[in-house]
Design a protein around this ligand. Structure first.
Ligand SMILES: [Zn+2]
Length: 400
């Protein structure tokens, strides 16, 4: 490995604030802007890894630290050679810190300076997650990109509470950095072999900007996060129920101010339309459960808006989900057949809809990258949005 940095990032084209780049990791190249399918429990639900690699060509997927820590446990994953080996996925992985999941537990958790105490959603046992524990678990998982342990303020929280939360996130970011660095140093000092290499020693750490809807707090958080110094920067605490205009106000203000030479990641966002909008504000990386979750509930994202396969109007419809989609589901199956599968409770309905949705998200990002490189992003963005909205407001993509 020598002294090669865990990741490098090169911006190769710009169009306004939009950037096309190459994120290089030891497990492969990632062209940005990129959408990362979410693999919560070590699986992108309803999808085989062959499909993710060969047909969908997903370059990076997410793992959830909270879920994997509770089950099967970081000891099991470490003993199985790290998360890549355990899952059978050799391309890059990003793991979140668990901060958002424990925060989402609401009444089941207690946040203190030291960390967060909570009851496991699996068996009710008392657990404690801190910046140090999160870094140790993510080192055991061996992900290529590790996220700092943060706290997310409730959307409707008073400004003083959001400030307190943002300041706690800043202190936790420093503790994450310190523990992460000592783990990386220990791994590289131990004369690692190929086997231990997969576990730790060449990871990158991303910091997270918090501050709710308050631009002054967001800017302060940005400043404090930059001061600590990370290999990439994320905007967290959005898409948690706040109005869309609040999200865009924060993204427009903060994304262009994140270090230009490093990747920028908007966490947990969003619909295809949201991705394109965020790219126009300078964001490079995204993750969201929408394509997989909505696939399981019978909803397809298409270039002309969303299609609810349950609707009786598709019962005899022999057209594919999306006539402009080149995925294997659209090549082979009709809306009528997909509706039949869904109405019959067949597992294949979830599998096929998830596959198409992921194909649509990943293809959209491919078109986004191409248009930035050719200087046509503005035109692409306009046409993409017009097409989505062509069937009227009831067919507009939206979070449901
Ligand atoms: Zn398709």
């Amino acid at each position: 490995m020598g002294n090669r940095p865990p990741i490098t990032f090169d911006v190769i084209a710009r169009d306004g604030e939009a950037r096309a780049g190459i994120l290089t990791t030891r497990r492969g190249l990632i062209e940005t802007p990129v959408f990362m399918p979410v693999g919560t429990a070590g699986t992108v639900k309803g999808t085989r890894f062959e499909a993710l690699e060969d047909e969908l060509d997903a370059r990076i997927i997410l793992g959830n630290t909270y879920h994997l820590w509770l089950r099967p446990g970081d000891d099991v994953i470490r003993a199985c050679g790290g998360l890549h080996q355990f899952m059978g996925w050799q391309r890059p992985l990003l793991t979140d810190s668990g901060g958002f999941q424990v925060w989402s537990l609401g009444a089941l958790r207690k946040i203190k300076e030291e960390g967060t105490e909570f009851r496991s959603h699996l068996d009710g046992s008392l657990k404690f997650l801190s910046p140090e524990v999160s870094m140790e678990v993510q080192a055991a998982l061996g992900s290529d990109i590790v996220m700092a342990f943060d706290e997310c303020a409730a959307g409707e929280a008073p400004v003083e509470e959001v400030r307190r939360s943002m300041e706690l996130t800043a202190r936790w970011a420093q503790r994450s950095r310190t523990r992460f660095d000592s783990l990386q140093a220990a791994a590289s000092d131990s004369g690692r072999t190929e086997a231990t290499d997969a576990i730790s020693g060449a990871q990158a750490l991303f910091g997270i900007v918090q501050g709710g809807a308050h631009l002054d707090l967001r800017r302060e958080s940005l400043c404090r996060t930059r001061e600590i110094g990370f290999e990439g920067y994320a905007i967290g605490g959005l898409s948690v129920g706040e109005p869309k205009d609040v999200m865009w106000k924060v993204v427009s203000d903060i994304a262009p101010e994140l270090p230009a030479e490093q990747p920028r990641y908007l966490m947990g966002v969003g619909t295809p339309e949201d991705l394109v909008e965020a790219v126009s504000r300078g964001v490079d990386m995204f993750d969201c459960v929408l394509p997989t979750r909505n696939g399981r509930t019978g909803q397809a994202f298409t270039s002309r808006g969303k299609v609810n396969v349950k609707n009786a109007q598709w019962a005899l419809d022999r057209r594919p989900l999306d006539e402009s989609c080149a995925c294997s589901v659209c090549k082979r199956h009709s809306r009528a057949y997909l509706r039949h599968l869904y109405m019959s409770g067949e597992i294949l309905a979830s599998v096929l809809l998830t596959h198409h949705n992921l194909a649509f998200f990943l293809d959209t990002m491919r078109c986004v990258r191409q248009s930035i490189r050719s200087g046509d992003f503005t035109k692409f963005r306009r046409e993409f949005t017009e097409r989505l909205n062509a069937n009227g407001p009831e067919n507009v993509l939206s979070i449901t």
